[in-house]
Design a protein around this ligand. Structure first.
Ligand SMILES: O=C(O)CCC(=O)C(=O)O
Ligand SMILES: [Fe+2]
Length: 283
């Protein structure tokens, strides 16, 4: 594994200290008390979701999500939320629900949490739920919209590895994407020599904890247990919002189109470019 340092855990942080020590320098931190007295912490159980929202249809993704070809960047299947939760309870699987805005369909759930007052710029319209079965993994990526993400762990544990944006090239970022397909937990240094130089951060995020992922930060996630989180997003400024949207639209459109026409060949091209960039001038 590359060098990984533990992410600091803090409680009782004021907005001023957070701004000075973490937001300003874009440094990740785990809050142990940011959720405060959110009803969601107790109320949002698998049983509660099954009972009240079991009939909603959810898009489920598998490891096919990042594979080139037909299923690229698409949901693998649509099943009921109840069926998904039963899968989650029944043991390991690669199935996840990625960035689901359940609140359009169930607005009353919004009363169970609130936007933190730790900084300004939270976007009320963009709370997303993320579910994963035990052992499922989220490919190494950063978020296209360049927002700061506050990932609130409600149920189960997650092992999260982060890398700063300056290391994008050494992480073999695939061009026209915000992803890298290197195996960060068991890297092949022969194949990816630049990985020997990267330095990351890690945490086992526990229920009740919130991880601050600064804008542009790379994250890789493994669901140690089946579980779920709610991610809240904030932007420092309108400019960053626009920048995020533009870069998103541009890259996403090119990548989808080329995947459609070239499939595997497009993927191989991206891998070649990533390798060239990662190892340029370094060896
Ligand atoms: O926890 C997950 O499943 C993915 C979270 C993520 O990528 C995000 O919040 O940006
Ligand atoms: Fe993400």
């Amino acid at each position: 594994m590359p060098v990984l340092q533990p992410i600091e855990r803090r409680s009782g942080l004021s907005p001023e200290i957070f701004a000075k020590e973490y937001l300003g320098p874009l440094k990740p931190v785990v809050f142990t008390d940011l959720m405060g007295s959110w009803p969601a912490k107790k109320k949002w159980t698998i049983e509660h979701f099954k009972e009240k929202y079991g009939d909603l249809v959810v898009p489920v993704v598998s490891n096919n999500f990042s594979r080139p070809g037909k299923g690229y960047l698409a949901a693998d299947m649509h099943i009921t939320f109840r069926e998904y939760l039963e899968l989650l309870e029944s043991g390991p699987s690669d199935l996840r629900i990625f960035a689901w805005n359940i609140f359009w369909k169930a607005p009353e759930l919004r009363e169970d949490f609130g936007m933190p007052s730790i900084m300004d710029g939270f976007v009320d319209e963009l709370p997303f739920l993320f579910f994963g079965c035990e052992g499922s993994r989220v490919t190494l990526h950063y978020d296209v919209d360049m927002s700061h993400v506050f990932l609130n762990q409600i149920y189960g544990r997650k092992h999260i590895i982060l890398f700063s944006p300056e290391q994008s090239q050494q992480l073999y970022q695939l061009p026209f994407t915000v992803s890298s397909h290197v195996n960060i937990k068991d890297p092949d240094f022969k194949k990816h020599p630049a990985l020997e130089q990267v330095k990351g951060l890690e945490v086992m995020l526990m229920p009740g904890e919130t991880l601050f992922i600064p804008r542009g930060y790379w994250h890789y996630i493994e669901y140690t247990d089946g579980g779920f989180s709610i991610a809240l997003r904030s932007f420092d400024s309108f400019l960053f919002k626009i920048k995020g949207l533009v870069s998103n639209a541009k890259n996403y459109a090119v990548d989808r189109l080329m995947n459609r026409f070239m499939g595997q060949r497009w993927y191989k091209m991206k891998v070649r470019i990533a390798k060239k960039r990662a190892e340029k001038g370094t060896f």
